[in-house]
Each structure stands twice: as C-alpha cells, then as structure tokens.
Design a protein around this ligand. Structure first.
Ligand SMILES: C[S@@+](CC[C@H](N)C(=O)[O-])C[C@H]1O[C@@H](n2cnc3c(N)ncnc32)[C@H](O)[C@@H]1O
Length: 302
C-alpha cells in the first residue's frame, strides 16, 4: 500500500490513556458527547463506537489541518458526528449550531497534537527547525516571534516565569531580547541556541529550552485563560449524570482543573470521580513517550 500522501501515516497521534478516558467518560448508546480538542479523532473514534448510530459526537478543534484528519478518521466509524473549527471556549455557539441543549459527556485532551509538534513549519518544536509560530489556529492571533518582538525584557521574563516556571527567566529573557535586537530570532532552532548559550545543558535530561517553549506556547494560545473560562461554565450545558474528563500535561493546568472541580463539588454541582489525578501506566509510557506527563481528572454532573 502506498501511504505517501496519507497525513495519518505521516503524523500518527496515539490517543492518551484511552482505557481510562472510556471508563470515566462512560459513553452509552444514543448519547451526545462533546470532544473539545478532537485532534486526529483518536478518542472520538472510540467514543463513537460506544454511542453508536443513535448517538452524536460533536468535535471542536482550533486547527483546520487537524480537523481534516479527524474527518477522515471519524467517517470510517460510520456514526453521526459534526466537526467545528473553533476555540473550545466558544462551545456554546457550537451547541447552538448543532441544535443541542445539553451533552452527556465532555472531553478535553489538552496540549499539542503530534501533527502540530512534528511539522517543523508549525514552529512548536526546538528539535525541528521552523519559523517560530506556535499558533494552534494559524488564522488567528500573533506568532511566538511577534510576541517576543512586542515584549520588553521584564515582560518576557514574566511570561517565562509564569507559564514555564523557568527559574532562570531573567537571564534567558535578557539573552533573547539581545538576540532580537542584534538581528532577530526567526526560527525555533535559533531560539533554542540562544537559550542554550546562557543555560548550558550540563547533566540536565531535559533540553534547556523546554520550559521556554512551553511558556511561549501557552502565552501565544492563551491556554490557561481558555481552560479557566471553559471550566467556569461547562456544567450548565451538562445533563445530570453527564461526565467530564480532562487530560492535562503540566502542573499549571492540573491546578486549574483540580481547583475548579473541587469548587464545583463544594457547590454541589459535581461529584469527583478521581480524588487524585490518574497517570498513564509504565507500559503506555514506553509505547508513547509523549504521554509521560499526562494527568487525568474526571467529574460527574449532579
Ligand atoms: C492532544 S491533541 C488532542 C488529540 C485527540 N484527543 C486525539 O485523540 O486525536 C490537542 C488538540 O487540542 C487542540 N486545541 C488546543 N487548544 C484548543 C482550544 N482552545 N480550542 C480548540 N482546540 C484546541 C489542538 O489544536 C490539538 O489538536
């Protein structure tokens, strides 16, 4: 078989913690499920198998390229689905367009998809040299390069500290601003080299630019604000007994999910299904190294 032009083969995305997602989301025949970060449709395919032809899967993603892949994948399953290019914070508009008042399940699988990460031109990765973009929706907002250009040293250090929890934020911000003044940082490789020039690798397992890339990506895509905004209101659109599952990839997101679920449990809106976050088992980490920092939390609408 010739797979040369198949984007799925070029950038396969293995869905994270599928067994746990299905156990906690518990999609049943005929139900309506909202997948807010549908990506390649990995989780969504499994959900569609459970809700069957009487159910409806609503999938949202910011990224137009990925939605095309999701469409190919979900069409193979054969049930009912509708896909929307949107920010998941605008999910109420998606429900209105789909003619749906309440959903039985909500999934958020945060972070970057393999397609975004592996395509050098999307600018997410320091190991693949490409223009410093990092926007999940390339039709909207400013690129990471523009963000750097708009910041002074103090603002940039603030971003690295707040979103990357980077201890050397000031030193790195100074080097980045200096390099920007000297000729500009155009590519991911250039940014990684600037960081490495002031934070040598030493015995670190992690690339010294890891936290810098995380921080810029979170800032460019407004990730934490989106998550907070969404969690504040989603319960109003969940049927009683409906379930929400969130997979996050770093402590800043996990804190937001934990605090929001606890507050709603306190208010009698949610029952917590996971007292502590679930994490992938060792087998899954060996097979899919990208899932190593995943944490899953789930709750049920009372
Ligand atoms: C880890 S991937 C999801 C993978 C998916 N669960 C699967 O199994 O294929 C995360 C996806 O969320 C999307 N995304 C991130 N933030 C978003 C937002 N605020 N609104 C809509 N989509 C978003 C990204 O574009 C990316 O495709």
């Amino acid at each position: 078989m010739n797979n040369d032009n198949d984007p799925l083969v070029e950038f396969p995305h293995t869905p994270v913690m599928v067994g746990e997602v299905m156990r906690y989301l518990r999609p049943l025949p005929g139900q309506i499920v909202l997948d807010c970060t549908v990506g390649n449709g990995g989780h969504a395919s499994k959900i569609m198998n459970c809700i069957g032809s009487g159910g409806l899967l609503l999938g949202i993603d910011k990224d137009m390229d990925i939605l095309q892949i999701a469409k190919q994948n979900l069409t193979k399953i054969g049930g009912r689905f509708k896909l929307f290019q949107s920010n998941y914070t605008d999910f109420d508009e998606v429900l209105r367009l789909a003619g749906v008042d309440k959903v039985n399940g909500v999934l958020l699988d945060l972070g970057v998809s393999s397609l975004q990460f592996d395509r050098a031109e999307r600018g997410f990765s320091f190991s693949k040299d490409g223009l410093l973009d990092m926007r999940m929706d390339q039709s909207d907002g400013i690129t990471a390069r523009e963000l750097i250009q708009q910041c002074d040293e103090e603002e940039l250090a603030g971003i690295l500290w707040k979103y990357g929890e980077e201890r050397r934020s000031r030193r790195i911000a100074r080097a980045i601003i200096l390099a920007e003044q000297k000729g500009g940082i155009v590519t991911t490789g250039q940014l990684a080299s600037v960081v490495e020039s002031v934070v040598p690798r030493g015995k670190m397992k992690m690339h010294p630019a890891t936290r810098v890339f995380q921080a810029l990506r979170i800032a460019v895509n407004n990730e934490l604000e989106n998550l907070k905004k969404f969690l504040e209101v989603i319960h109003q659109y969940m049927a009683v007994g409906g379930r929400i599952v969130v997979i996050n990839f770093h402590s800043l997101e996990d804190r937001i999910v934990k605090d929001s679920f606890r507050e709603k449990a306190h208010q009698g809106i949610f029952t917590l299904l996971t007292k502590r976050p679930l994490i992938p088992n060792d087998d899954e980490i060996v097979k899919n190294i990208r899932c190593r920092s995943a944490k899953l939390r789930a709750a049920e609408r009372i």
